[in-house]
Design a protein around this ligand. Structure first.
Ligand code: ADP
Ligand code: MG
Ligand code: MG
Length: 924
């Protein structure tokens, strides 16, 4: 028992209303409270890196402010106290006329939101201190540069004056000096900068009716409030929605001593990465700009130096920088990005974080860090995701080495590389695609009426909307490449033009019919055709052997190997043809979890199915069935051969019969027209119409399908089972090792299964009494999940059909709902992800858990799989792992993704159970 228990001090260890932490009091794990920036500045301070002193106001204070509109009581006093500490450490005071302390006020949320919120630099410069500042550094130009920057940033951030107002005045100041408009800011001398500061102050006054305060204390509190408020700014909100960051986290505010990169040629500012964030290649990358401050380096106002060039300019500072970068990488055990400033030769570290990276870089870095012993296998596996692997498997544009630049960039909404002629309406897309053209549908935004065009197009491009817009949701749902929200494109659907309004390519017009290319993996839009190549990772899986030596491919192979060794979930494929089965096997599937038989009834076999349905005598029916039997036997033999030695789960016929019959309306019209024009109509045609009428259903999805069909159409399921049994016997005769299972679809009640299984077993015995083929059930109706205990009495295995289970649990048809109201539902936050894409853990997931438990109550060794599309979805795979499922089955292309996630699920579950969470393991 704790000694202090029960005493007041037990509750006083941390004052309940502590809102401010010195850098020395924080650490990297405190990003909830201090934001990523504040927490990592504290961590760098603890590591002994040169960080200017400072403190961080917590996200809690921000949440309080956003909720109540007031700063929490006591915050001012706490800030004053920590400020006094800063002043003492720096040996100068805020507002001191002779030697003023200057501060930066920076935003920083738990998850990095680069450039989304506000930062104000040079707090503390004012009329009373500018001369002291100039004297202290012996540089009048510098002091006025700080002052004009403060007015500019404070005016924009705190008082809402638009950036263009200042830009215009800055250009005028240059022109007045006889300089060209895009001359560097450094060309302005002290006098010009003084005049510019005054001009900026007038602009602020005119536009906002307010002044940048002359009191440094007021400047400070104004900036703190502005940072808090920037959390709710439009830009930040849009970004959070796109990235799935919760709206209620709030931002921290970091206040730190200014260091100055704008003190001449021996000063400057830069950014860097400890490895290449694009390719993952080892070696530092970065940019440096001398005599500059803050964002100058990324704003493109002047040409930057590479870090190597910086090394030539200032070898000492560069050496020290490299040392700190190495320290950071070693400490975080990951790629870090940094921001730094050099003040008269002295290096200062201003920011670090575990850096964002491309999918390729994620794999390469994880494998490299594993190889050099920095991280272990489990950690390496946690550094990559199935989504990243999926990205590496899409066809991509052939690298142009930067020769071809995108004309615009939007949101990468659905991956892939698409090339086609620009069309501006759904109808146009359909028409041109029907004529054999590849098209890209370009719309301001899409709505359900655009669906046919989206289906016809190879890619979709929109000017508005984010990752949850109609275009994005629907395109992802059907695996169509999509770039959305390209705000620099002005799209005129009437005229059939898309005009670039901003950036280097401003003025370029895409006309109807022009060939364009869009990259759904990075959001790029090109006004030309870019050659598309198959991904090296896919080439590797296919065994083409063309990519030995590609470090990303090698990394994928290593990490998949680790995943396979950790996974408890098996991975099978949904495959209906020998070609798909063979590919799935090459991609690492351990069998087929779902072989659908319906495509075996389409195409040229349709007339046979019609004959079966129309059969009046037993003889007619038998003839039709025998014909189908032969064809099915061949189908199954091919599948069993492709998966020899591995399980093949064959689902008996599932869809409603009308899918194999002509359309009711078309056939009615055909016969009515023939009758009206006195053309002859055969008796068979009329019978067909009668049959189509008879089989017609208002709601086929809930109608005569699955096991119902098997029980109602005599001989149908028996024929399928016989075909499979004979295929097995034939394969065995050829020396193969066929391993087939039979799966009965759409069972709701145990007795349905009992009947269907008895028939299957009878046929199997008839073909060969020695055959051991297990007969199992698809669990895809809520009633089946709930009565799983009884159903398991007749089932030798379960397989969750999560597509139908989701449809029937939610009572919504996927085909109809996704385009119609899902975008609105996502917008309203009714769901955060489509339940057809990611399993809904509370509803559908609860049924899955119940069925697993109840099924195994009857049969403790019951094998349970998942064969819906959720089987290839990362989040769902983690759910199935935890639910105790034995394997997932997904499309051949998703098999590697599922293997990776099955391994990750095992590792993450183990880690969670052990409660470990290492620094820097957050790779989001
Ligand atoms: P963002 O989150 O948008 O990157 P930051 O808070 O990092 O914004 O601030 C932008 C830039 O301002 C930094 O990259 C750095 O160059 C500069 N900066 C911030 N604090 C200081 C400081 N104390 N001294 C000098 N420059 C600073
Ligand atoms: Mg920054
Ligand atoms: Mg189904």
């Amino acid at each position: 028992m704790l000694k202090t228990e029960g005493s007041a001090s037990a509750y006083r260890a941390e004052p309940p209303d502590r809102y401010v932490y010195d850098f020395a009091d924080g650490q990297a794990t405190m990003s909830d409270l201090l934001g990523g920036k504040g927490a990592n500045l504290a961590e760098m301070t603890r590591l002994g890196l040169p960080v200017p002193p400072g403190f961080t106001v917590t996200t809690e204070a921000c949440r309080h402010y956003l909720k109540t509109g007031r700063l929490p009581g006591g915050l001012d006093a706490q800030i004053a106290k920590h400020l006094a500490g800063l002043e003492q450490a720096a040996g100068r005071r805020l507002g001191d006329a002779d030697d003023p302390l200057l501060l930066s006020v920076r935003s920083g949320a738990k998850f990095s939101m680069p450039g989304m919120m506000e930062t104000v630099l040079n707090i503390g410069v004012c009329d009373a201190t500018v001369a002291g500042l100039a004297k202290r550094y012996g540089d009048e130009r510098f002091a006025w540069d700080c002052y004009r920057r403060l007015v500019q940033m404070y005016g924009r951030t705190v008082l809402g004056v638009s950036a263009e107002e200042f830009e215009r005045a800055l250009i005028q100041a240059k022109v007045r000096k006889g300089l060209v408009p895009d001359a560097p800011d450094t060309a302005l001398d002290a006098d010009a900068l003084r005049a510019l500061t005054r001009r900026f102050q007038r602009i602020v006054r005119e536009v906002s009716g307010q002044e940048v305060p002359q009191s440094p204390r007021e400047q400070l509190s104004g900036a703190v409030r502005a940072v808090f408020e920037s959390w709710d700014g439009q830009r930040a909100r849009v970004y959070r929605r796109r990235e799935g960051i919760p709206d209620d986290l709030g931002t921290a505010v970091t206040v730190m001593t200014m260091v100055f990169g704008n003190l001449g040629g021996d000063s400057g500012t830069g950014v860097g990465f400890t490895r290449d964030p694009a390719t993952g290649a080892p070696g530092v990358y970065g940019d440096y700009l001398s005599d500059a401050e803050g964002e100058d380096v990324v704003s493109g106002v002047r040409n930057t130096l590479t870090l190597e060039q910086f090394g030539a300019l200032d070898p000492d500072a560069y050496r020290e920088l490299r040392r700190h970068m190495a320290t950071l990488e070693e400490h975080y055990r990951d790629l870090c990005d940094i921001e730094f400033t050099v003040e008269r030769g002295k290096l200062w570290m201003l920011q670090t974080r575990v850096g964002k990276r491309t999918a390729a870089a994620a794999f390469r870095i994880a494998a490299d860090l594993l190889a050099d012993g920095t991280i272990d296998e489990d950690e390496a596996l946690c550094r990559v995701t199935g989504e990243q692997l999926a990205q590496l498997m899409f066809p991509c544009f052939a690298p142009s080495g930067g020769a071809i630049a995108p004309i615009a960039k939007g949101i990468a909404a659905s991956p892939g590389a698409a090339v086609g002629h620009a069309v501006f309406s759904s109808a146009d897309a359909v028409a041109r695609a029907a004529a054999g053209d590849r098209v890209i549908l370009v719309r301001r935004e899409t709505n359900p009426d655009d669906l046919p065009g989206m289906i016809a197009a190879s890619g979709v491009l929109t000017g508005r909307g984010g990752k949850t817009s109609h275009a994005a949701v629907v395109a992802r749902g059907m695996g169509r490449t999509c770039v959305c929200g390209v705000e620099s494109l002005e799209i005129d659907e009437q005229l059939g033009t898309a005009t670039v309004t901003r950036g280097r390519s401003a003025g370029i017009v895409i006309n109807r019919g022009d060939l364009i290319s869009i990259d759904g993996t990075d959001g790029s839009v090109y006004d030309t055709e870019i050659p598309v190549v198959s991904s090296p990772v896919v080439e590797y899986f296919e065994g083409h052997g063309t990519h030995t030596g590609d470090p990303v491919v090698a990394a994928v192979a290593t990490l998949l190997g680790i995943a396979d060794s950790r996974a408890q979930l098996g991975v099978r494929a949904n495959a209906d043809t020998p070609a798909d089965a063979a590919r799935a096997r090459r991609f690492g599937a351990h069998g087929i979890g779902l072989a659908r038989t319906e495509h075996m009834f389409l195409g040229e076999r349709r007339p046979i199915v019609e004959r079966l349905i129309l059969a009046e005598s037993q003889q007619d029916r038998t003839n039709a069935l025998n014909r189908l039997l032969e064809l099915q036997r061949a189908d199954f033999t091919g599948l069993l051969a492709a998966m020899d030695g591995l399980p093949v789960t064959v689902r008996l016929l599932d869809p409603p019969l009308h899918e194999f019959l002509p359309d009711l309306t078309e056939l009615s019209v055909e016969i009515a027209v023939a009758d009206a024009t006195h053309q002859p109509v055969t008796a068979e045609r009329r019978e067909l119409l009668a049959a189509v009428r008879r089989w017609h259903e208002q709601n086929p999805m809930l109608g005569l399908r699955g096991v119902r069909l098997g029980l109602v159409v005599p001989g149908l399921y028996a024929m399928q089972v016989r075909a499979l049994a004979e295929a097995i016997v034939a394969r065995r005769g050829d020396g193969g090792a066929p391993l087939a299972h039979i799966m009965i679809p759409l069972v709701a009640e145990a007795h349905e299964l009992e009947l269907a299984r008895a028939e299957a077993k009878r046929v199997l015995r008839e073909v060969d009494p020695g055959l051991t083929v297990s007969v199992g059930v698809m669990i895809e109706l809520p009633r089946a999940a709930l009565t799983a205990r009884r159903i398991a009495e007749h089932a030798e295995f379960f397989s969750f059909g999560t597509n139908d289970l989701t449809q029937t649990t939610w009572g919504m048809s996927r085909d109809d709902a996704e385009g119609a109201f899902f975008p609105a539902y996502l917008e309203h936050g009714v769901f955060t992800a489509s339940p057809f894409g990611t399993i809904d853990p509370e509803g559908v997931g609860a049924l899955v858990r119940a069925a697993v438990k109840r099924g195994r109550w009857t049969r403790p060794d019951l094998e349970i799989g998942v064969c819906g599309e959720h089987g290839g979805d990362p989040a769902s795979i983690h759910f199935f792992h935890q639910a105790g499922v034995d394997y997932v089955s997904c499309s051949p292309f998703r098999v590697p993704v599922a293997r990776l996630e099955a391994g990750r699920a095992a590792v993450l579950a183990r880690r969670e159970a052990a409660g470990s969470d290492a620094v820097g393991s957050d790779t989001r």
